[in-house]
Design a protein around this ligand. Structure first.
Ligand code: ZN
Length: 238
């Protein structure tokens, strides 16, 4: 079973379509780790597409902001503005779907799926020390997380936790545990503007980047009256 793992789409339809086009025929099922909406200009279309294509979707903190608006109070002003704008773009059925998304961790095909971390959906896992704690307590060989918008991850061999290479197929050794982040489809923050995703099976995982119509996505953000910085950051990949 080959799995397409996507996360943090953030309403960027051009990026999502590019990933699905590029991955077409190379996966059997798709899992989404949350943040389908928020920031980008196409929340409604992205939600419809994810709903159609993904077998399992868990909620991210931006998706939750529609269920529990008070949870957006600690968002920065631009994120909060995007939440309010996005709210007005969604029809009732899409809002209901977002509200129905389960919080992680959820098990899909033996893989633990979480937005921030299995312990806290809002936690940003960025360090090897954090990864080591999670891997030491992991019940499954592979855990997939999103939220940081940073593609990559860690492996625990015996007592030792180390970062994994991001290029080429990463063999998944059954004797080791892995914590992998597919990166963000719609708003990468690792200096590479291209849409990030991951494809894995029982034996290996591989990270990919898909070029997409960046100018198209940026133009929609500007025309929608969303903060221009949300368009600018897409080009820089931050
Ligand atoms: Zn996100």
């Amino acid at each position: 079973m080959r799995l397409l793992i996507i996360s943090d789409i953030h309403g960027n339809l051009e990026a999502l379509q590019a990933v699905l086009r590029e991955a077409q025929g190379r996966y059997d099922r798709c899992f989404c780790l949350g943040d389908v909406v928020g920031y980008g200009a196409d929340p409604q279309a992205c939600a419809a597409l994810v709903r159609d294509v993904a077998a399992v979707v868990i909620r991210g903190n931006h998706d939750r902001a529609f269920v529990a608006p008070e949870s957006a109070l600690d968002f920065n002003p631009i994120a909060r503005l995007a939440v309010e704008w996005t709210h007005n773009q969604l029809d009732a059925a899409t809002r209901a779907w977002l509200e129905s998304l389960p919080a992680g961790p959820v098990l899909g095909d033996g893989i633990q799926l979480a937005h921030g971390s299995p312990l806290d959906e809002d936690e940003y896992i960025t360090s090897t020390a954090q990864a080591a704690v999670l891997l030491a307590g992991a019940g499954e060989p592979l855990t997939c997380i999103g939220h940081t918008h940073l593609q990559g991850g860690w492996r625990m061999r015996g007592e030792r936790t180390e970062t994994v290479a991001r290029n080429g197929a990463l063999p998944l050794d059954p004797g080791q545990r892995y914590l992998l982040n597919p990166g963000s489809v719609g708003q990468p923050r690792d200096g590479d503007w291209r849409a990030a995703y991951m494809i894995c099976d029982e034996g290996s995982a591989e990270f990919f980047r898909a070029a997409y119509d960046l100018a198209g996505a940026q133009g929609k953000i500007l025309r929608a009256g969303l903060p221009p910085t949300l368009a600018e950051r897409l080009a820089a990949g931050w």
